[in-house]
Design a binder for this molecule. Sequence first.
Ligand code: SF4
Length: 385
Amino acid sequence: MILIRSIRPNRRPASTVLLRPHILYYYSSSAASSAAAVEAERTIRLGPRNDWTRGEIKSIYDSPLLDLLFHGAQVHRHAQNFREVQQCTLLSIKTGGCSEDCSYCPQSSRYDTGLKAQKLMNKDAVLQAAEKAKEAGSTRFCMGAAWRDTIGRKTNFSQILEYVKEIRGMGMEVCCTLGMIEKQQALALKEAGLTAYNHNLDTSREYYPNIITTRTYDDRLETLKHVREAGINVCSGGIIGLGEAEEDRVSLLHTLATLPSHPESVPINALLAVKGTPLEDQKPVEIWEMIRMIATARIAMPKAMVRLSAGRVRFSVPEQALCFLAGANSIFTGDKLLTTPNNDFDADQQMFKLLGLLPKAPSFSEDVVKDFEAESCAEVASSSG
Ligand code: SF4
């Protein structure tokens, strides 16, 4: 399919679609449009929607790869500042010894991965790490604790509220991932200044019991509801390479894209198989699988920050460039992602320079998200053009 910009708007053919008030595009009638092309055009014209059918998401996902990549990039350029990439730093503030049985996770106490369980890090150590991350250009600091939930952890939870307040006071966005939380805890985190709460759905509802048996998919969705109702931004995505079928990847994206509001951040992780976990022999995810996930997520959730997360360390700069082109606009920086290795900081800075990427500034406006929801992509495009 060929996308052509007309220079004679008064001779518009029947197949013309108007994407921006002042720019006219039409599609060549000699080639059939892929689902990615059709849905990307609709997303650009009408803005985000939550009424996706699974069939629609599947047909975007199944589009010819380069066509999907191209249309992911089109939506990305209309809905986001495509040169900006958010840099987040993730710190494990309480490592290992987790009671859950997530098959991919070296922090579960059920698997012998050689990881030593540690207590909650003290305030000085956490704040020092946040300071270092800020100096290195990170605008969001995420704290992860290996817990099933925060119930019965009153003292630790109060300490974390303190960390959130302090880090927010440094001018950084703050995110936490502490397992399942109740509504009251979500409200307390909001009060402390938390920007976002991460709670991944991991995979499809159908495949979930193959990966985790100690909690349910609905438990996950319940926490996301508490986070959303407290007015905290939702960060939720998944992991590919767990042995799931492509249908499961479609199902995961469909669940995320049909939540009452799209998550503000959607991390797409590629499994880094860790020795000692039940998934230690999984074969590595290929870059083409990541591109397919990222571009589909971008078309279905145009306003979300799509985060190229775990597994990035295995991808070359040209491979990462394709991910940014497809619609990824957020990464984790720092030596480690909780307990697994991450990309070298200097190499990331060189990559930014080489690709002409710009670090995204922090955003503290609580109204931004609501405004974005109300505004169509086309309006964003015309005001930025
Ligand atoms: S992913 Fe989280 S909940 Fe699951 S075992 Fe690891 S630390 Fe525990």
